[in-house]
Design a protein around this ligand. Structure first.
Ligand code: ZN
Length: 170
């Protein structure tokens, strides 16, 4: 329809009024958020929420919050159309899963950092003690470190004295 400005100042109806086949009043509550050139935007919102509910929700909100409410409703409606069972909950739970995986990775990396710091910390003074001549691999210091690590890890194992040999012999 190309009637823009043709009929003495009559504006073309917004996407909502066009779909609802009604006259678009100058104070139409939908008009600022559902322009005529984005018909799909209102179609999905109408399908999911119903035009009268959207109307009611917008009327109850102060002007400055209506734009955000509309983007939220459009997002939810599009998600519901794409995924009729879960809607945007599907997106939320998949993001939640990503968070869980990343948090586990982060915890692992942090544990590794602590472990490395501990080794670095306990390495340094011992090497000085032996005038730094021996290589760290075969020096007694590495044995001391490993025995420290042993006792540290054994703290986590419930007292089973025989286990130490089998766990650490290799
Ligand atoms: Zn309208």
């Amino acid at each position: 329809m190309k009637e823009n400005g043709r009929k003495q100042g009559a504006v073309s109806p917004c996407a909502a009024c066009k779909l609802l086949r009604r006259r678009c009043a100058p104070d139409c509550v939908f008009a600022p958020y559902f322009p005529a050139d984005e018909p799909q935007k209102f179609a999905n919102v109408h399908r999911v929420f119903g035009a009268s509910n959207v109307n009611k929700m917008l009327q109850e909100l102060p002007m400055h919050q209506r734009g955000d409410a509309v983007s939220s409703m459009v997002y939810e409606a599009n998600a519901r159309v794409r995924d009729p069972v879960y809607g945007c909950v599907g997106a939320i739970s998949s993001l939640q899963q990503q968070i869980d995986v990343l948090q586990a990775q982060l915890a692992l990396a942090q544990a590794e950092v602590v472990h490395m710091r501990m080794r670095q910390y306990s390495d340094k003074p011992r090497v000085d003690h032996h005038q730094g001549t021996s290589s760290p691999e075969n020096s007694p210091s590495s044995k001391i470190v490993s025995s420290q690590a042993k006792s540290l890890f054994m703290d986590m194992v419930v007292d089973q004295p025989n286990m130490e040999e089998s766990l650490w012999s290799c």
